[in-house]
Design a binder for this molecule. Structure first.
Ligand SMILES: C[S@@+](CC[C@H](N)C(=O)[O-])C[C@H]1O[C@@H](n2cnc3c(N)ncnc32)[C@H](O)[C@@H]1O
Length: 181
């Protein structure tokens, strides 16, 4: 069977996602991939969540994270001023309480890929997706210590009865889930 070319990479897949939605980016960092998502999906609103602080014992000084945040905010100066982009500079579990259930058409998570963190984020944010909404999660490979996605997705499918695993990008950089209608 021939594989659908939308799975060939990040951009081909994004081009198949409906535009003009309300979307969230969990883990923004320098907002480099965030810019690709924004330009392709042309969202009505984009919600950012990132605390720009240490999360994995990488021992980076806070100045490292401050620089990433500065870059991200600079890169999206206009969109933030136009209120197209809203920034929540807090942890994922704090920000989730600010988002209504079934508000989001699309979520991309690109942050801490250890299993416990992946499971908590999937569990907490899944109710925020609308029926038919798409979840794009970074990483689907066995690359310690960032190997949490595969077991976390398996657990998520067992726990929720409205999860469909649509596929994995060819480079294994992302998996894609859909919330059943
Ligand atoms: C370094 S990026 C991920 C980079 C990406 N995996 C890549 O390949 O380029 C992860 C971002 O997630 C944020 N982050 C990690 N854990 C978080 C949490 N629990 N709450 C909010 N932000 C978090 C970090 O501040 C960081 O900016």
């Amino acid at each position: 069977m021939k594989r659908d070319p939308k799975w060939d990479g990040f951009k081909p897949f994004l081009k198949t996602v409906p535009k003009q939605g309300i979307i969230a980016e969990l883990g923004v960092y320098h907002a480099t991939k965030t810019r690709v998502v924004y330009d392709i999906l042309k969202p009505k609103k984009m919600i950012w969540v990132d605390w720009w602080a240490e999360y994995s014992n990488a021992n980076q000084p806070q100045a490292f994270w401050d620089e990433a945040k500065r870059d991200a905010l600079n890169n999206f100066k206009q969109e933030i001023a136009w209120k197209k982009v809203t920034v929540h500079d807090v942890g994922f579990m704090t920000a989730v309480r600010r988002i209504a259930d079934e508000r989001l058409d699309f979520i991309r998570h690109d942050a801490d890929e250890r299993q416990g963190q992946m499971t908590s984020v999937l569990r907490a944010y899944w109710p925020k997706l609308k029926p038919g909404g798409i979840w794009m999660g970074h990483g689907f490979e066995n690359r310690p210590p960032w190997s949490g996605s595969i077991p976390a997705v398996v657990q998520h499918i067992r726990e929720f009865d409205d999860v469909e695993l649509l596929g994995v990008l060819a480079d294994q950089s992302h998996f894609v889930l859909r919330k059943a209608d």
